[in-house]
Design a protein around this ligand. Structure first.
Ligand code: VL7
Length: 135
């Protein structure tokens, strides 16, 4: 039985989002706005099928995938790039690689009790986020 990510998760901590956004070439005005946001993750998991919604007052982003199946991801409203993306199980962690223009790009999710952790990586910058389950 893999881990169960279903639920609503609210951000409680965020480190180096700025470095991650600079690595993605996000302009300063957008970074200033983005740094104020308190994202919520709404995750729907049905076996190996996932939808992860990242919701904010400024922009929303949604990504649906099946574990192990590569797909073309367009990071619309984020850095607007195309990636060849795949998400795999690494034990109970969700490990994503996003191949494209940016090197060493991807993210990892894992759960510890009521907390959901996320590390977003791009070209040597790692943003570490913590979410708490609220629903
Ligand atoms: C992570 C944003 C910065 C542009 C707007 C800020 C809007 C929210 O990769 C992500 O989640 C994964 C793992 O949970 C699933 O898709 C989205 C958001 C990072 C990068 C780019 C700033 C402009 C923030 C929509």
């Amino acid at each position: 039985m893999p881990a169960n990510y279903n639920g609503i998760w609210d951000i409680v901590d965020c480190k180096n989002f700025e470095g991650y956004m600079i690595a993605l070439d996000i302009d300063m005005v957008t970074r200033k706005i983005a740094n104020m946001l308190k994202p919520q993750k709404v995750i729907e998991q049905d076996g190996n099928f996932f939808t992860i919604k990242t919701l904010t007052t400024f922009r929303n982003y949604s990504c649906s995938f099946k574990i192990g199946e590569e797909f073309e991801e367009v990071t619309k409203g984020l850095d607007n790039r195309k990636c060849q993306t795949v998400v795999n199980w690494d034990n109970d962690k969700l490990a994503c690689t996003q191949k494209g223009e940016k090197k060493d790009r991807g993210w990892t999710h894992w759960i510890e009790g009521d907390f959901l952790f996320l590390e977003l990586q791009c070209e040597g910058q790692i943003c570490k986020q913590t979410y708490r389950k609220t629903g």
